[in-house]
Design a protein around this ligand. Sequence first.
Ligand code: UD2
Length: 312
Amino acid sequence: MAKYLVTGAAGFIGRSIAAALLARGESVRGVDHFLTGKRENLVGLEAMEFVEGDLTDPVVCAHVCSGVEIVFHEAALASVPRSVADPIATNRNCVDATLNLLVAAREAGVRRVVYAGSSSVYGETPTLPKHEEMLPAPITPYAVAKLAGEHYLAAFSRVYGMENVTLRYFNVFGPHQDPASHYSGVLAIFCRKMLAGEQPTIHGDGAQSRDFTYIDNVVAANLLAAAAPGEKVAGRFMNVATGSAISLNQTFDLLCGLTNYKGKPAYGEPRSGDIKHSLADIRLAKELLGYAPQVDFAEGLRRTVEWYRNAQ
Ligand code: UD2
């Protein structure tokens, strides 16, 4: 019987959490329906009990939650531009799936759900860094869907006594992130293109900045969130990031050095729904979880480029 369930286990973040749990000798069940997850991401996770299924189906949710104590809910349809193109699909795979999962988790007696929130919920308010006392102001369907999920988690804590926790991830990157879709995270796209000698496109002027967070920091935050005392974290949400930001232009320059790319970027139209600057205040996660980023951006980027180089 699995103690932990990881949803989106064939996705970049889900597979990374599952791998860390397995490395600790935990019993893990994973679920994915391969809408954006990849079968190759399951390589190395053979000790995990894997269920192929869609969380928009309540029967699947009931099945995967049975016997589980803690859920890491990473399944989602990520990407701001994808949500602009198809808000219904984003809602179905983020909001419907999350509510189905929570209902099933409660019925199965799951103690805690740790949820993959998103920095996008802060919207484009100029205040930096973004801290949790700020009112959310989502500007895209993706951000609305992610925020709805965290409100559902908090409500289920409040009315049913579940110990749910939301971690608001800030632009996670690292090994196993899919570089092949134009809805992929920018660093995955740039690594793949620049290693192949292809010109990447910067949307807008490249002055936009992000608090890019290396995957190992996010995995560590999840493990801390699973173990933290319920009275401290139940119903809470907190930023998970590094607390420093870098512009896309500066990132491109760093990547030139790491990938040996000699060209210039192409500059295209700014993306609809794009946020200019994103930077996290990470004091709350430190206070509630004892979280501190272990891998800084430069080191994370170096490891990521190495991974894509070997994966090519
Ligand atoms: C948002 C969230 C992030 C996460 C993610 C999931 C914010 C600030 N961040 O990431 O936490 O939830 O959604 O998908 O809301 N870009 C280019 N060229 C490309 C691709 C992207 O210039 O080929 C730009 C893009 O316009 C943006 C930046 O790179 O300014 C980052 O884009 P992204 O899609 O990697 O992530 P973002 O910030 O939408």
